[in-house]
Design a binder for this molecule. Structure first.
Ligand SMILES: [Zn+2]
Length: 362
């Protein structure tokens, strides 16, 4: 069940340079760097920048704009590296705009922790002076259209037009001013979200890695590490060894993570590899930053529990849809209070487990 990892093979492809030399292989499409993208008529701030240590911030959305994932901000001596570009050009634009109040240094590096829509669909706002770093797999997936056409995106964003219609209907019949104002506010947020996600032009990393890459920016050492397959086949973490901080994307979130593109047994091993880093603080792709490393054990326990139940259902010939309804993860609820009932929502994780057990995913 453990995949063999190539031994520290440093394979970095500089696609940005290739694009410059040979034409628009990976040319950045979309908004010029300073043009306000659609879906950004909102009440600032969209972001809260939680200071972790000097020059390192965990940026979390306030809700005034839908951003759907956190960002990590790492200042170097001359420039800034940002982990993840959120769900839309609007969300990423707001981050860059509001970051100006924190530091005058320009963003020069963006890391996509993985290819999912809510971590990479703001890439297009970054101009040619910004390198977008990601795992080779993330680049391939985005180029193949997999960030855009995915069950995950459909589940989390596909319902927005219907939600807008519902809010419009409620607004038409609401009478109290306070209720009207609340609905209008929700409507504005969802309309911005729809406009902004409709403007997405999936844009792949310009600089890829398969194992490790390290940036030295003044006194700051920034390691970008592939620790093994997990949430997807190509998640990277951004690790600051001196500060003992790691930005984990969706490999390790504060809560339960989506399993629809996962390699569940390998994910347990990958978290084990993460535990070997000298860590003080985890900055997850979703949820609040944390310092309690027992959360890594709890996530491994959840994955193991899910996998052993999935194997049992599969062996018994239970259809995956039924298995997703019946899987009982409540034993983990003490560490994941979001688990209140039997079943897995979205059910994509169970479908994925069956694909692996059927040998359809290698
Ligand atoms: Zn994800």
């Amino acid at each position: 069940m453990t995949r063999q990892r190539p031994l520290l093979l440093l394979t970095i492809a500089v696609f940005g340079a290739i694009a410059l030399a040979f034409g628009p292989v990976a040319a950045r499409q979309g908004s010029p760097a300073d043009t306000r993208p659609p879906g950004t008529s909102y009440k600032a701030p969209a972001w809260t920048f939680n200071k972790i240590t000097d020059g390192v911030y965990h940026a979390v959305g306030t809700g005034s704009l839908v951003v759907m994932s956190n960002a990590t901000i790492i200042e170097g001596d001359r420039d800034v590296l940002v982990v993840d570009s959120q769900v839309s050009p609007g969300a990423a634009w707001a981050l860059r705009d509001e970051l100006k109040a924190i530091t005058p240094k320009p963003i020069r590096w963006v890391v996509n922790s993985h290819y999912h829509f809510d971590h990479s669909h703001g890439n297009q706002i970054y101009g040619p002076d910004v390198e977008i770093i990601g795992h080779e797999f993330a680049r391939q997936q985005i180029l193949a259209g997999k960030s855009q056409d995915s069950p995950a995106r459909e589940f989390y964003v596909g319902g927005v037009p219907a939600q807008i219609k519902g809010l419009e209907a409620r607004l038409a019949t609401a009478s109290a001013d306070k209720t009207k104002a609340t609905i209008q506010n929700q409507l504005d947020i969802q309309r911005n979200h729809l406009e902004s996600t409709n403007a997405v032009k999936p844009t792949p990393p310009t600089l890829t890695l398969t194992e490790t890459m390290t940036l030295f920016r003044g006194g700051r050492e920034i390691r970008i590490l592939f620790l093994g397959r997990g949430h997807t086949a190509g998640d990277v973490v951004v690790y600051l060894p001196k500060e003992r901080i790691v930005a984990t994307g969706d490999l390790m979130v504060n809560g339960t993570s989506y399993m629809g593109d996962a390699f569940v047994p390998e994910w347990v091993d990958t978290i084990e590899a993460m535990k070997k880093l000298d860590l003080g603080t985890v900055l997850p792709g979703h949820g609040a930053a944390f310092t309690d490393m027992a959360k890594l054990d709890h996530w491994q326990a959840y994955l193991r529990d899910f996998w052993s139940q999935a194997q049992r259902f599969h062996k018994a010939g239970t259809p995956w849809e039924d298995a997703a309804r019946q899987v009982d993860l409540r034993g983990n609820a003490v560490h994941f209070p979001g688990i209140r009932t039997v079943g897995l929502t979205p059910n994509h994780g169970m479908r994925r487990a069956y694909e692996i057990l059927d040998g359809k995913v290698k």
